[in-house]
Design a protein around this ligand. Structure first.
Ligand code: FES
Length: 124
C-alpha cells in the first residue's frame, strides 16, 4: 500500500523534534482526521537554515512531515512557499488515494511557519 520511500521516512523520520528558539512556528490540524503537525524553522539570509517537526498523526503524516523538512531545508522563503501538497506526495513516490489528505498537513504547516516568521519580523 505504501511506497518504500514512505516506509523509510516513517521508520527513520528526518529532522524530528523541536527548535526551542525557532524564528517561525506553524501548527495545523487536519480536519479530516484530527491529526496535528507543528513545523519549526530557523531563518538565515532569507533561507531556511534549519527545520524540525513534531507530528501527532498517522504513519503517512510522519512520512510527509519528514519529507517536507528535506524539501524545504536550504530553500529561500519564496521557494519554500512554492512547495505544494503534490510535491510532498511526489517526493514520497506517491501516497495511496485514501491517504492523500495526510500530505496537506506538511505543506500547510510549513507555509504557516513561514507566515509566522514574516509576521514576527514585520512586527519588530
Ligand atoms: Fe490524519 Fe493521515 S490520517 S494525517
Amino acid at each position: 500500500m505504501y511506497s518504500e520511500k514512505v516506509m523509510d521516512h516513517f521508520r527513520n523520520p528526518r529532522n524530528m523534534g523541536e527548535i526551542p528558539d525557532a524564528d517561525g512556528v506553524g501548527t495545523v490540524g487536519n480536519p479530516v482526521c484530527g491529526d496535528v503537525m507543528t513545523v519549526y524553522i530557523k531563518i538565515k539570509d532569507n533561507k531556511i537554515d534549519d527545520i524540525k517537526f513534531k507530528t501527532f498523526g498517522c504513519g503517512a503524516a510522519i512520512a510527509t512531515s519528514s519529507m517536507i523538512t528535506e524539501l524545504a531545508k536550504g530553500k529561500t522563503l519564496d521557494d519554500a512557499l512554492k512547495i505544494t501538497r503534490a510535491n510532498v506526495a511526489e517526493g514520497l513516490g506517491g501516497l495511496p488515494p485514501i491517504k492523500m489528505h495526510c500530505s496537506n498537513l506538511a505543506a500547510d504547516a510549513l507555509h504557516a511557519a513561514i507566515k509566522d516568521y514574516k509576521e514576527k519580523k514585520e512586527g519588530n
